[in-house]
Design a protein around this ligand. Structure first.
Ligand code: ZN
Length: 671
């Protein structure tokens, strides 16, 4: 599970005075197009690592880049073919100043950013702003029998026919979410009913297993020659083998330089990539979650299931990181007090964990992003996802500090806070405590929120179906919001004053009710789980606190502002909603969950929506951010020994993607 960066006012605050004033600063934003800004991030502390640590990061970083094609193909079966065709045209073109070419370039930049032709957040297919006539001319000029990846007519229909494969992930209530979604987790023609029957049978056969398998996590569902539903497993020798073999190659190199604690963990991951057996994945996860001491850590595999409308198939991703020792102080304090938080949670005592196990949280510095974490990435990660492992062995939770820092730097002075925050006192609080309150919110969400609570006996955890991600994110956010305003945080030295919490409350509710809508196209509803969760919390509290005017929607000079009139009452509402959300999860109450989400988290007020988009557009703030990776270059001695790894920070988005497309592309165009 992961937490994404919201569109909040906090982004505008200065992070620290630091010593940087004297150096001319490199620009943080390296590219902007459409609704996207691309930011570079730095990796402070890399130079100070030992040679052995640098070498390990280098190998893991290579492994992180090798799965890029897998994600493209998972997102849509023609993505790799389309990307290759667009890149062939792009690199061969000499006339680059026409409007058509510029629109084409923008389209290609968006495809790189989304790892495919559907928007990474809204899941809608991109609308090209170049003409089919122009595009066909380019095909005729630059695409021949040698570099043709797919039929020209089919390619044009996919790009220009807006009905065809319109959404990568369609979760509209009442539709068959499998056939309505263009992702490549299920072969075309397979229905939701068939998928549910297929995995329902597997789950039934596994009934009573205390260590239930995450069926379907690492495979595509297909129809075999006899018409039966079957799985094509993603493993060495299976689907995506050429890319997985490269990943394994680099993991083996990393294992060879790892210490006795990490070597068996990496070897267990390799074993799983070879066997494709989900039991091996669990074995790996149990080993991985227990290792909280290693300085360098990484995620590499089929992890998050947000891209599958049924939440079963996992997209490929990788994050390589190392611990930020100084910043780990606050999460160490949280971990030490984890049981207190659990025991005092405002929920039914029956749904509290009697013993909170292995809550580990740390602040990390990211060294490489890959797959579904690139270019857009989460700022917090909590893994593994299997409920039984979390219960038996705990979970690892991280906050990614250098990414948050880069977001903050990129947002400085963009005028957002002045536009959307009405009261001076709120702006002051956000300026003073914004970064701290964002960091703490993320830490509480990841290291305590997701790990808290327990299911009632007999509840399996998959009852909430398409609503489960939204509810789970709401649960973790509510836990964080509720405790952020607790005096306990002052007592244990995490915050100097509750103003830190009030800064977060103002920001969170404003985002949930208004500002995050800038990410949604006019006429659309809220689809993405994290956005739904924020809207759910904000709208529910607005309605429940209406009689006491807890949250007020103020209109001034034709503009709307969200103002919190009673922070303490709002905190109480967070506690009440947390109680209900925990009950729904613990009891697997699908109907209550559906109603809560559909009533509060989905429908967008068209007038407010239009207003937010207009005000945001006037500020010229792109609602989405993503990153370019640093580059690592090994330095060898004359006798071929690795003696150093140099880090550099390329600042060209286009070059990075052309480079990845050339040197880290291992799959055929059709898989
Ligand atoms: Zn989360």
């Amino acid at each position: 599970m992961n937490k994404f960066f919201g569109i909040t006012a906090m982004g505008v605050l200065a992070v620290s005075g630091s010593a940087m004033a004297s150096e001319p600063e490199q620009p943080w934003i390296v590219d902007r197009f459409d609704d996207i800004k691309v930011i570079r991030y730095e990796v402070p502390g890399f130079e100070e690592l030992s040679l052995n640590e640098k070498e390990m990061i280098y190998y893991l970083a290579e492994a992180a880049k090798c799965g890029r094609d897998i994600l493209f193909d998972q997102n849509f079966k023609y993505n790799i073919a389309i990307r290759r065709t667009l890149e062939s045209i792009y690199t061969a073109s000499t006339k680059r100043d026409s409007d058509e070419f510029k629109a084409f370039e923008k389209y290609l930049k968006k495809v790189w950013f989304a790892n495919g032709i559907h928007h990474h957040y809204s899941n809608d297919k991109f609308k090209p702003e170049f003409s089919e006539k122009w595009f066909r001319k380019q095909l005729a000029r630059f695409i021949n029998d040698e570099n043709r990846q797919m039929d020209d007519d089919l390619l044009c229909r996919i790009i220009f026919d807006k009905e065809l494969y319109a959404s990568r992930l369609n979760q509209t209530a009442g539709v068959d979410v499998i056939t309505a979604s263009a992702n490549n987790y299920y072969e075309e023609g397979i229905t939701q009913e068939e998928v549910e029957a297929f995995y329902g049978a597997m789950a039934a056969a596994d009934e009573g297993n205390p260590e239930p398998i995450s069926y379907g996590l690492n495979s595509k569902l297909v129809r075999d020659a006899e018409g039966n539903i079957a799985e094509r497993v993603w493993k060495v020798g299976g689907m995506y083998s050429p890319a997985i073999e490269r990943i394994v190659y680099w993991l083996e190199k990393a294992a060879a330089v790892a210490d006795d604690v990490q070597r068996p963990i990496i070897e267990a991951l390799i074993e799983y990539y070879r066997s494709g057996d989900l039991k091996d994945f669990d074995t790996y996860n149990v080993l991985w979650v227990k290792d909280t001491d290693s300085k360098i850590d990484f995620v590499n595999g089929f992890i998050e299931s947000y891209g599958d409308p049924l939440g079963r198939k996992a997209s490929w991703e990788s994050v390589v990181n190392f611990r930020d020792e100084e910043a780990c102080r606050r999460t160490a304090i949280m971990s030490a007090n984890a049981q207190w938080f659990e025991d005092n949670a405002p929920i039914n005592p029956a749904y509290r964990k009697e013993e909170v196990k292995g809550v580990s949280a740390k602040v990390i510095t990211v060294a490489m992003l890959g797959g579904d974490c690139y270019p857009a990435t989460a700022i917090g990660i909590n893994l593994p996802n299997a409920d039984w492992i979390r219960k038996e062995h705990g979970s690892k939770s991280v906050t990614i500090d250098n990414i948050t820092y880069a977001y903050d730097k990129a947002a400085q002075g963009n005028g957002f806070m002045e536009e959307f925050v009405l009261r001076e006192e709120d702006r002051e609080r956000m300026k003073q405590y914004g970064k701290l309150s964002d960091d703490l919110h993320t830490d509480l969400h990841e290291c305590l929120g997701h790990g808290s609570g327990q299911l009632a006996p007999g509840v399996k955890g998959d009852e909430l179906r398409t609503y489960s991600s939204t509810l789970e994110e709401a649960r973790a956010d509510l836990f964080a919001l509720y405790y952020l305003g607790d005096e306990k945080l002052i007592e244990i030295g995490l915050i100097p004053t509750l103003d830190v919490a009030w800064a977060q409350y103002s920001d969170y509710i404003m985002n949930g009710m208004m500002t995050q809508l800038s990410r949604i196209e006019p006429g659309k509803n809220v689809e993405e789980a994290h956005m739904r969760n924020r809207k759910l919390i904000a709208e529910w509290c607005y309605e429940k606190g209406k009689a006491d005017n807890v949250i007020e929607l103020v209109e001034k000079d034709g503009k709307h502002y969200v103002v919190i009139n009673d922070f303490v009452a709002l905190r109480k509402l967070f506690g009440e909603l947390l109680c209900e959300v925990q009950r729904i999860k613990s009891e697997g109450d699908y109907e209550a969950c559906r109603k809560l989400v559909e009533d509060y988290a989905v429908q967008v007020d068209a007038d407010i929506h239009a207003e937010v988009i207009a005000r945001n557009a006037a500020l010229k703030i792109e609602p989405y951010g993503g990153f370019v990776n640093p580059e690592y270059t090994p330095v060898y001695s004359e006798d071929g020994k690795l003696v150093d790894v140099k880090i550099s920070y390329p600042a060209n988005y286009v070059e990075q993607h052309l480079h990845y497309g050339k040197d880290y592309s291992f799959l055929p165009s059709q898989n």
